[in-house]
Design a protein around this ligand. Structure first.
Ligand SMILES: C[S@@+](CC[C@H](N)C(=O)[O-])C[C@H]1O[C@@H](n2cnc3c(N)ncnc32)[C@H](O)[C@@H]1O
Length: 257
């Protein structure tokens, strides 16, 4: 990773950590504060990336955070950010749970902006593996931008056109190639690779990956523009065509009894 990439990654992760209004995270932060109290909990930040959210959990709650990711570049930045902010209650490691299963039990396992980046058969295997690491009463919290959203699971940020996922594939690829640039990751090191890694995640596909995992959804919130208007703050508008306006899905999974 070049020094410029490293600095860009560190600045991005630091803003995700410190900025309550970070563009794609403010809804996540608000919902977590409202719905979950992580005090006294053991938290696994699965796919923690460069650690911005792990540090946010660690400093906003009295919890122990373990961040894992398959990308060495991301974990290097996460560890440097932890050192910079002298945060004791978080550890980071490079780990693929399918090769190296986790031994500990966690009260709260978070996949924040991760599930849409993992091919579905692998995601299914990961959910089965993680269900074995849940402490009694624990839950897995998944948040992701669904494929049909205006953000197209992040592709809109590259192309600059909302709902660009519905353009002909050739035209879309052409636009991504035109705007392509290196990114921090070792596993996915440019925007085109990151696009190709997306699994076009929808709620039904995610539920499909839970088959046989011993997990079931117990809570779902679909966030859309409508939630900006006071009386509709807590509404999840999922009927056609409003489902195309959902920008983020939040799910809590628990073990089936
Ligand atoms: C978009 S980033 C999100 C990072 C972080 N959760 C956040 O909210 O800032 C997705 C992360 O998932 C990681 N990832 C992808 N597949 C993974 C896997 N099989 N195991 C662990 N991490 C994975 C990627 O390396 C990347 O860091």
């Amino acid at each position: 990773m070049t020094q410029a990439m490293y600095e860009e990654g560190l600045a991005y992760a630091e803003s995700n950590f410190l900025d309550e209004n970070a563009p794609h995270l403010h809804v996540d932060k608000r919902l977590i504060r409202e719905k979950f109290n992580m005090d006294g909990k053991k938290v696994l930040d699965f796919g923690c990336g460069m650690g911005g959210m792990s540090l946010w959990y660690a400093t906003n709650f009295k919890c122990e955070v373990h961040g894992i990711d398959i990308d060495r570049h991301h974990i290097k930045i996460a560890n440097d950010l932890k050192a910079k902010h002298d945060t004791k209650n978080v550890t980071f490691e490079v780990r693929n749970v399918l090769d190296q299963p986790l031994e500990g039990k966690y009260d709260f396992i978070v996949l924040n902006d991760v599930a849409e980046h993992i091919q579905l058969p692998i995601l299914k295997a990961i959910f089965s593996a993680l269900s074995k690491n849940l402490a009694p009463g624990g839950g897995i919290y998944v948040s992701y931008p669904p494929w049909r959203s205006p953000y197209a699971s992040h592709v809109q940020h590259v192309v600059g056109i909302p709902w660009c996922q519905f353009m002909p594939e050739g035209v879309l690829l052409n636009r991504i190639e035109k705007n392509n640039r290196p990114i921090v990751g070792e596993e996915e090191s440019d925007l085109l690779q990151a696009y190709k890694g997306l699994n076009h995640l929808t709620h039904d596909k995610l539920i499909g990956t839970l088959n046989g995992s011993g997990l079931r959804p117990v809570y779902r919130k679909s966030h859309s523009f409508f939630n900006k208007f006071g009386p509709l703050k807590n509404t999840s508008l999922r009927i056609f065509p409003f489902d195309f306006l959902i920008t983020k899905e939040f799910l809590l999974l628990k073990k089936t009894e």
